[in-house]
Ligand binder design. Structure first.
Ligand code: HEM
Length: 133
C-alpha cells in the first residue's frame, strides 16, 4: 500500500471552500436580497422562498463536487429549460448577479476561490438569458 503524502490529497472545490455550510450561507444571503428585490421577487412562483433556496443550494453543492442530492431529487439540472417559464432578460440577469455578488463577498473566501465561483456564476447567468431587450 502506497501512502498518499499529506497535503497532496485531491480536494474538491466544494471541500476547499468549506462544504455545505459555505453554500448554505451563500444561497441564504442571496435569497435575502431576492426577497427585497422588486423585479426578481415577483418571478418566484412560490410564496415561500425556502424551497427555491434549497434547490439552488443543492444544485451548487453538486456542481462543485459535493453530494448529488440535487439530481436525486430533481433529475438532470437542465437549467436553461427550467428557466424558460421566466423572463430572464438583461435586467433580471443583472439583479440576480448583484445579489450573488453581495452574498459571495460576505463569505470572505480566498480571492482565487471567490474568483472561480464568480466566473462560473456570471457565465451561467449569461447563458440563461432567454429574452432579448
Ligand atoms: C440570470 C438570472 C436568473 C434568474 C432571473 C433566475 C430565476 C429563477 C427562478 C424564478 C427560478 C424558480 C424558483 C424555483 O422554483 O426554484 C429559478 C430556479 C432555479 N435556478 Fe435560476 N435564475 C437565474 C440564474 C440562475 C443561475 C446562474 C443558476 C445556476 C448557477 C440558477 C439555478 C437555478 C436552479 C438550480 C433552480 C431550481 C431548478 C429546479 O430544480 O427546479 N439560476 N431561477
Amino acid at each position: 500500500m502506497t501512502e498518499i503524502p499529506r497535503g497532496t490529497v485531491q480536494q474538491t472545490f466544494y471541500e476547499q471552500v468549506g462544504g455545505e455550510p459555505t453554500f448554505r450561507r451563500l444561497v441564504h444571503r442571496f435569497y435575502e436580497g431576492v426577497a427585497e428585490d422588486p423585479l426578481l421577487r415577483p418571478m418566484y412562483p412560490e410564496e415561500d422562498l425556502g424551497p427555491a433556496e434549497e434547490r439552488l443550494a443543492l444544485f451548487l453543492m453538486q456542481y462543485w463536487g459535493g453530494p448529488r442530492t440535487y439530481s436525486e431529487r430533481r433529475g438532470h439540472p437542465r437549467l436553461r429549460m427550467r428557466h424558460v417559464p421566466f423572463v430572464v432578460d438583461r435586467a433580471a440577469h443583472d439583479a440576480w448577479l448583484k445579489h450573488m455578488r453581495v452574498a459571495l463577498d460576505e463569505l470572505e473566501l480566498a480571492p482565487e476561490h471567490a474568483e472561480q465561483l464568480w466566473n462560473y456564476l456570471t457565465y451561467a447567468a449569461g447563458s440563461l438569458i432567454n429574452t432579448p431587450d
